[in-house]
Design a protein around this ligand. Structure first.
Ligand code: GAR
Length: 193
């Protein structure tokens, strides 16, 4: 069985979409895969309750309890490794990871980023896309490498930027596509690991 560990920091709507698709598409039988655990760096992440409702192990490794990024990442890796993951999936995980952590999971660490990379790495992607006058925006699933939001692209989805869009309306349009894109990209990668 291929275990997937999902890392979150917030609401976890992408995590919930992955869990839903894993159940609906019966990933256990078709891909020999399951979501084994959800780990958050924040105890107040809404996604933890969603995971527990689905009887998925939901854990917290609070970054505030560590003196350095390296110490936090080492504790996070310990928590992740207990589930022996084939894939580690970042879904709204809002911490920069050290090269040591990224290297440990090279080729099996994924992220979804709310822009059409290589445009707009980093934060406030939707605001920046509107300010730049973009006519399309979107989301990117990519392998994680040490340089933030720069790994090889696995899948993308595009949406229009409409006249009068605010950061919020554009974010909502992109997020709807993220929920379709991420499970599809994960299923594709599961076939290769
Ligand atoms: C998503 O839009 C995701 O692309 C973004 O955070 C949101 C999380 O929502 N990720 C990043 O900005 C990573 N740098 P969710 O918690 O509801 O899945």
């Amino acid at each position: 069985m291929k275990n997937i560990v999902i890392l979150i920091s917030g609401g976890g709507s992408n995590m919930a979409a992955i869990v839903r698709e894993a159940q609906r598409g019966n990933w256990r039988e078709t891909l020999d895969a399951r979501v084994a655990a959800v780990i958050s760096n924040r105890a107040d992440a809404g996604g933890l309750a969603l995971a527990r409702e689905q009887k998925i192990a939901a854990e917290v490794v609070d970054h505030k309890g560590f003196e350095s990024r390296e110490a936090f990442d080492a504790a996070l890796a310990d928590a992740v490794d207990r589930h022996q993951p084939a894939l580690v999936v970042l879904a709204g995980f809002m911490r920069i990871l050290t090269p040591a952590f990224v290297g440990r999971y090279a080729g099996r660490l994924l992220n979804i980023h709310p822009s059409l990379l290589p445009a707009f790495p980093g934060l406030h992607t939707h605001r920046r896309a509107i300010e730049a006058g973009c006519r399309v925006a979107g989301a990117t699933v990519h392998l994680v490498t040490p340089e933030l939001d720069h790994g090889p692209i696995l899948a993308q989805a595009a949406v229009p930027v409409l006249p009068g869009d605010s950061e919020e309306t554009l974010a909502a349009r992109v997020l709807t596509q993220e929920h379709l894109l991420y499970p599809r990209a994960i299923a594709g990668l599961l076939r290769t690991v």
